[in-house]
Design a protein around this ligand. Structure first.
Ligand SMILES: Nc1ncnc2c1ncn2[C@@H]1O[C@H](COP(=O)(O)OP(=O)(O)OP(=O)(O)O)[C@@H](O)[C@H]1O
Ligand SMILES: [Mg+2]
Length: 508
């Protein structure tokens, strides 16, 4: 095989490797679903140079241009007609890669479908390959056996980095200062991961426009652009707001566990696959810090956080839920390294006995958890744990299953202190301990609410907040554990034997 030259990074990308494997296995016709036509054209034209024992010619076809070779030549006759293009390929002598853009439209014609089936035979073993690219999937039944179908997910690290290096070189020429040091390039690549090539281009232009240069100072702009663009996709949300493990009160057992896993996760490329942390399932009473902990995990692991919205997946707005779910998972693999958060996972994954869609999604999820790339840490949260199938909770799927209970005495004091501090109030000497009894059975969210109400009241009266304010607001709060006692008790008794407690000791 020819040695990959300057484009080695793109050739090392996942889609490039996949294309190489599929073509090397001798399959003459591929169908790639992607909205990124230029990107696939680039992957293929590079592939034509490097995938084969010797470079082959790259031809592209469109309904407006007909066939055009990368060396500039065109067939002697007009090939804009799809049938004529296929005839040209049939008679073509020698090795070549033919890229048919938006050919799905032509597949509505019986004569084209028939000719394509002939071509399958004619190209087989001849080093002639046909790649159809289209933003939608349309493969007539009679030809589906002859065609290999793949979906192109967003570009991975290597592909984005190659693109960034190319763009950096062009930007420098315009006189804009660019920091091309390896570590800055890696940081910028990470910031752009999750975007398509076109979107990455927009983000870079916006960064240059706003900061007048390209370097570490561009990162906030890139992250902001990413938040806007990724969230538009509907099923995956990029969570820009970072967490901090210092802001999580209590939950000592879980925090210690996470800090240990962090070490292993950072060493993921140099240790055995079975040692690399796969993920954590956090279940428990609403408002006790599940979401907060997941945000802390991402910042602790120094990774971006993405949330997969199960409600959106099941809304039907993104196609068949099964496909939408699988696509979201595959997209996340391309975005890795990252923390992927399935919030309220019980919304989509209930009992495995459940028939149809939900059962299939569950089966897919379990396999995916086993096979997914090392750089993805899965964090799942659930409230209605009793809805989750036993296989999900069993050891081996997740590295650990934690139960977040109502906070204990000291934990509530810590949470109150954290929230006072977050609002610029020094809790030392405040005497928050006096709230211990009054707050029994409260969730973390209720502790926060108490602080917020007290601070607001003091602000309105234009004075400093006092312990009295806290005591007074505390007296007015009726906790969830009282109003929904049965439900909370049910969750707690159910989880106690099935999950590891996230805190030391036991709430009573
Ligand atoms: N242990 C905690 N330490 C500090 N703050 C907490 C804690 N638990 C809850 N809070 C506060 O309560 C808010 C709500 O908590 P969070 O969203 O993490 O709860 P949750 O368990 O995800 O609830 P839900 O099941 O309703 O999604 C947090 O934003 C945080 O401010
Ligand atoms: Mg939550």
């Amino acid at each position: 095989m020819a040695s990959p030259a300057s484009s080695s990074n793109t050739l090392a990308s996942k889609p490039s490797k996949l294309l190489r494997e599929l073509l090397a296995s001798g399959r003459p016709i591929l169908y790639i679903m992607t909205a990124e036509e230029q990107r696939i054209a680039r992957l293929l034209s590079e592939g034509a140079q490097h995938f084969f024992a010797a470079p082959v010619l790259y031809w592209s076809w469109s309904l407006t241009e007909g066939l055009v070779c990368s060396n500039g030549t065109k067939p002697e006759y007009d090939t804009a007609n799809p049938r004529a293009a296929l005839d040209f390929i049939a008679n073509y002598q020698g090795a070549a890669l033919f890229h048919l853009k938006d050919f799905h439209e032509s597949l509505h014609e019986a004569v084209v479908v028939r000719r394509l089936r002939d071509l399958y035979q004619l190209c087989f073993g001849q080093n002639k390959y046909i790649v159809i690219s289209s933003p939608i999937r349309f493969i007539p039944e009679e030809i589906s056996r002859n065609i290999v179908y793949i979906e192109l997910t967003v570009p991975d690290f290597n592909e984005i980095k190659a693109y960034l290096e190319e763009q950096a070189a062009t930007i420098v020429i315009t006189g804009v200062p660019v920091d091309t040091s390896e570590s800055t390039m890696v940081h910028m690549t990470r910031a752009l991961q999750g975007l398509t090539i076109d979107e990455a281009g927009f983000a870079l232009r916006r960064a240059v426009a706003e900061t007048g240069r390209l370097g570490m100072e561009s990162l906030p702009v890139l992250f902001e652009e990413k938040r806007l663009l990724v969230n538009r996709s509907g099923t995956i949300q990029y969570i820009a707001e970072g967490g901090n493990i210092e802001l999580v009160g209590g939950l000592e057992v879980m925090k210690k566990w996470l800090l240990e896993r962090r070490q292993l996760f950072l060493m993921r490329d140099s240790i055995g696959a079975e040692l690399v942390p796969k993920g954590v399932l956090v279940m428990g009473v609403s408002g006790c810090g599940k979401s907060l902990s997941i945000k802390a995990v991402a910042s602790c692991f120094e990774l971006p956080l993405y949330r997969i919205d199960m409600t959106e997946i099941f809304s039907g707005r993104h196609g068949n839920p099964e496909w939408a779910f699988a696509r979201a998972c595959r997209t996340m693999e391309a975005i890795a390294p990252a923390v992927v958060w399935f919030d309220e996972i019980e919304m989509g994954i209930t009992s495995s006995e459940s028939s149809g869609e939900q059962g299939r999604i569950f089966a897919f999820f379990l396999t995916w958890m086993q096979e997914k790339v090392r750089g993805l840490f899965v964090a799942a949260t659930a409230n209605r744990i009793d809805l989750l199938p036993a296989e999900m909770i069993r050891k081996g799927r997740f590295d650990e299953v934690f139960f977040v209970d109502l906070p204990m005495d000291e934990e509530r004091i810590e949470i109150l202190n954290i929230h006072l501090r977050r609002r610029g109030i020094d809790p030392a000497g405040f005497g928050v301990e006096r709230l211990t009894k009054l707050t029994k059975g409260w969730t973390g969210a209720e502790c926060e609410q108490c602080v917020v109400s007290a601070v607001t009241r003091a602000k309105l009266e234009e004075r400093e907040v006092t312990l009295e304010d806290l005591l007074r607001t505390a007296g007015n709060i009726v906790p969830l554990s009282k109003t929904m006692k049965e439900q909370v008790d049910h969750i707690r008794s159910w989880a106690r034997d099935r999950a590891a407690p996230a805190s030391l000791g036991d709430f009573r």
